[in-house]
Design a protein around this ligand. Structure first.
Ligand code: G6P
Length: 508
């Protein structure tokens, strides 16, 4: 398995790799007693992918300081500082600018557009506050990211510098980086969330929309989760920007005389690490507790952030329809929802959480009998518990309205021990890799989802195995390190081709 980028390219070119993301790879908590920081490593794929590289290569990570303790650490370490092999720099944004950037523009405005969650007759309304949040929040924090990155770079370097800004928080960063650094850097953002078709972008005022698109078009290549996202991006640029042309290509845009590629790199998981967690003692303890709770009952599992795009309400509705239509499941099936609190500072998320709890209560009130309560919700962030539950499901429900990839689907099919069925939304990026062997549903089709749950619960065991085995293999074969190495290789290959072309044209 090629865990690292192609050795030749990496060794020959020995690039400086800079990752920029809103949330960093570590969070810090200060222990006043020992006057030291506890460091917790995030579970994200990027930090995993990078850990294979950091020993021999120069990797930097620039992120925002998110809480008081992060700020404390950042003040004590104003320059890039080695943390578990990664050279980390946390920039400290102004608190109000950060609120506007994160809680008004990135979440919910951009997130809701890209997951198509707005209820157009009612929301959103772009108000004066939104415009202020755009200028004084999103634009400002993006500028600060770009200048922090630029200042952290060596004044001169004969090695390629590869800058990888991550996700929808940083769409303007390529533009400001190009302004500051010109062509001496390779800029290759990755968009982790869906890129919808042109109509979805009509919600944004032209000035904001064009700035985002031009921001990204200052890059050399933009990475997406699926070919559909990359294609939609090309179409969006062509449609809204008069001076952007694709000349028939589905994967590139020419803008300002500069060709920008749009490429798909489907993200995956750290296969080895997930399998290892699945076997740990703590995981087994959770498994035993879950088995006590379940007894002989079958388990429909979901595990998600508390997030409107995950479609948790329609998932509950589908379970309700299942119990109405197929009473044979009463008393013998449980739906367990492991829900991780997320973005509770954003109003839409709080309301959504309340609605979930209310609906789960209604379903339990309608169907509970004796000691059987059909829906159980456990709120909290516990990855080990989630991995334990994934080993035990008979059905894993992954029904997002839209999702860049959805790693739960990949983790689930990898660790499950019961030949459980995956009920998968056709709007999750994972659909393109796993859809063939899953039971696929439209996220809006509550009735169809209930039918899929019933099909999964009643499927003969031979067919369950025929579906579960290839799913496991697909995930095993695409470790997250491939995702990262493919991006680095493409960037380095393109830059050496360009350098060769420039040299040839100088000599001719
Ligand atoms: C999810 C998305 C990522 C996004 C992240 C931000 O994990 O899949 O694309 O970057 O949320 O989450 P945060 O908790 O930092 O708002």
């Amino acid at each position: 398995m090629p865990d690292l980028p192609e050795p030749d390219l990496l060794e020959q070119q020995n690039p400086l790799i800079v990752i920029a993301s809103n949330r960093g790879p570590f969070s810090f908590s200060y222990d006043a007693g020992s006057e030291t920081f506890d460091i917790k490593r995030g579970a994200g794929g990027l930090v995993t992918a990078l850990s294979a590289l950091v020993e021999r290569h120069d990797v930097r990570w620039i992120a925002a300081a998110l809480g008081e303790d992060d700020i404390h650490w950042a003040s004590a370490n104003p320059r890039p500082t080695a943390v578990q092999g990664i050279s980390l720099q946390l920039m400290i944004p102004d608190a109000e600018a950060y609120r506007q950037y994160y809680s008004v523009i990135a979440n919910p405005l951009l997130w809701f557009i890209q997951h198509q969650l707005w209820d157009a007759p009612r929301t959103p309304s772009i108000m004066q506050e939104t415009w202020q949040a755009w200028q004084a929040g999103y634009v400002q924090v993006n500028q600060q990211f770009a200048s922090t990155i630029a200042e952290s770079l060596p004044a001169e370097s004969d090695r390629p510098i590869l800058i990888l800004p991550q996700d929808y928080h940083l769409y303007l960063v390529p533009h400001y980086l190009r302004e500051a650094l010109g062509d001496r850097v390779i800029i290759q953002p990755f968009v982790h969330i869906p890129w919808p078709g042109i109509d979805a972008w009509q919600i944004l005022p032209a000035q904001m929309r064009d700035a985002l698109l031009r921001g990204l078009l200052a890059a050399d290549r933009v990475g997406f989760q699926t070919h559909k996202d990359a294609f939609n991006f090309v179409q969006t640029c062509r449609f809204y920007l008069e001076d952007a042309h694709s000349y028939g290509s589905r994967t590139s845009i020419v803008y300002n005389g500069h060709k920008v590629e749009a490429a798909a790199y489907p993200i995956s998981i750290d296969v080895e690490k997930v399998l290892q967690i699945a076997q740990e003692t703590e995981t087994n303890l959770f498994k035993r507790q879950l088995l006590n709770f379940l007894g002989d009952n079958r388990l429909i599992l979901r595990t998600d952030r508390i997030e409107p795009s995950k479609n948790i309400l329609r998932g509950l509705e589908a379970f309700r329809v299942l119990l109405q239509k197929y009473p044979q499941h009463h008393g013998s099936v449980n739906m367990l929802a492991l829900l991780v609190p997320s973005r509770m500072e954003v109003d839409e998320y709080q309301t959504y959480f309340q609605e979930i709890m209310a609906l789960a209560g209604m379903i339990n009130a309608e169907f509970s009998q004796e000691l059987w309560e059909p829906v159980r919700i456990i709120v909290g962030d516990n990855y080990v518990r989630a991995i334990a539950a994934m080993q035990l499901y008979d059905v894993l429900l992954v029904n997002p309205i839209a999702d860049g990839m959805n790693l739960v689907a990949k983790e689930g099919v990898l660790v499950n021990q019961r030949n459980g069925m995956l009920v998968l939304s056709e709007n999750a990026g994972a659909f393109y890799e796993l859809g063939e062997h899953a039971l696929t549903v439209s996220p809006y089709d509550v009735y169809g989802t209930a039918e899929a749950l019933n099909t999964a619960l009643t499927m003969p065991s031979a067919e369950r195995e025929t579906r579960a085995a290839p799913l496991r293999e697909i995930v095993r074969a695409a470790d997250v390190r491939h995702w990262f190495s493919a991006q680095v290789n493409d960037a380095l290959r393109a830059s050496s081709t360009q350098a060769k072309q420039a040299a040839t044209s100088e000599t001719s």
